[in-house]
Write a protein of this length. Structure first.
Ligand code: 4HQ
Length: 248
């Protein structure tokens, strides 16, 4: 299980908020997982402390210089036990909940965040074992992608969500979208709450929530739905609440 994450970044501020905010802040403060940033700029030896240079072959933009980056990765690697070195990149494997669970199984992760047009390919070939993408769009750096990955991984770690709530209830834990949620007041601007949720009948409530998640997934995410094999419980839930409802 994951105990430590190192981030190689020119902008540690992007990642450091995770240490103090919300769920990740509590997990990192508790010491069950550690987060440490390494800035390639601190590994430069030239007077200008330059971390980028012009691309061979010409063209716009800059490329991260290999030596400061490699030295930062190697310093992180030597700081503790064996680690998986992964880079955030649109070329990588698309992150989904299955990938998040796989990453949470590693003992140590070193996340390399590129800036500019990217990093020198030789660093990827020599030092980076995996590439992960958070989606098909272009970011100006890997940092927001690393923050997304770290948040999703940390909330999976045992004990982080607390006893009152289990990660198995999360949306996607079961390949389904979440059900709708309501809180007080029961009448809000003339709008009510589904009767079943105030019935106190916990079996009926569980079946309704399941049916909502199933209906929603079928309507909104045909890609997830087509991979699905309906269990006996799912069929019972859909038979109990067969009506389609409007999905916003
Ligand atoms: N990047 N998922 C870093 C991304 C990205 C993504 C673009 C990564 C810029 C330098 N990373 N380079 N999408 O858009 O992870």
């Amino acid at each position: 299980m994951l105990s430590r994450i190192d981030v190689i970044t020119l902008f540690p501020e992007w990642v450091e908020g995770l240490k103090t905010l919300g769920l990740t802040g509590r997990a990192l403060a508790s010491g069950r997982v550690a987060l440490k940033c390494w800035n390639p700029r601190d590994f430069t030896v030239d007077v200008h402390r330059s971390v980028d240079d012009r691309p061979y072959g010409g063209g716009p933009g800059m490329v991260m210089r290999p030596e400061p980056l490699a030295n930062a990765i190697e310093a992180a690697r030597s700081d503790a036990g064996p680690a998986t070195v992964a880079c955030l990149s649109p070329q990588g494997r698309r992150l989904d909940q299955r990938g998040v669970l796989e990453l949470a199984e590693r003992e140590r992760l070193i996340l390399v965040c590129g800036r500019y047009e990217g990093v020198d390919q030789r660093v990827l070939d020599q030092l980076v074992e995996e590439e992960w993408s958070i989606g098909d769009y272009v970011l100006s750096g890997g940092e927001p992608a690393a923050a997304v990955l770290i948040d999703a991984v940390i909330r999976q770690l045992p004990g982080v969500l607390g006893h009152e709530r289990s990660v198995v209830e999360d949306s996607f834990a079961d390949g389904l979208l979440d059900c709708p949620h309501y809180t007080r007041p029961e009448d809000w601007r003339g709008l009510g709450v589904p009767e079943v949720l105030t019935s106190g009948d916990h079996a009926r409530i569980a079946q309704w929530r399941r049916a909502q998640a199933l209906h929603r997934t079928r309507r909104l995410r045909p890609d997830l739905w087509s991979e699905r094999v309906l269990s006996a419980e799912d069929k019972a839930a859909l038979a109990h609440w067969p009506e389609e409802f409007s999905v916003k």
